[in-house]
Unconditional design. Structure first.
Length: 91
């Protein structure tokens, strides 16, 4: 099992947040996927921004988060924006 910090874009801060939501290894993050992982994080840390979902996707695809394809960033941003509405409705 590889540590989260062995993945591109994942530092101690993000690894700690992921661990808080039950994601402790790179294998778990890959299996869960960036969207589900981000949703878990957003539920616990509501102020995190969409850069986190880019970071997670970049880690999974071994890509610097700022070099993700534009269409991927648009899709992830739309998902992040939809969570703001969804999570706000659950309050």
């Amino acid at each position: 099992m590889a540590s989260l910090t062995s993945m591109k874009n994942i530092g101690k801060n993000i690894a700690k947040k992921l661990s808080t939501v039950g994601i402790n290894t790179s294998e778990e993050l890959i299996e869960i996927g960036s969207k589900r992982a981000f949703k878990r994080m957003k539920e616990v840390y509501p102020k995190i921004c969409s850069v986190y979902i880019y970071t997670l996707e970049g880690a999974i695809t071994d890509t610097d988060y700022n070099k993700l394809p534009e269409n991927t960033k648009k899709e992830l941003k739309a998902y992040s924006d939809s969570l703001k509405f969804e999570l706000h409705q659950n309050i």
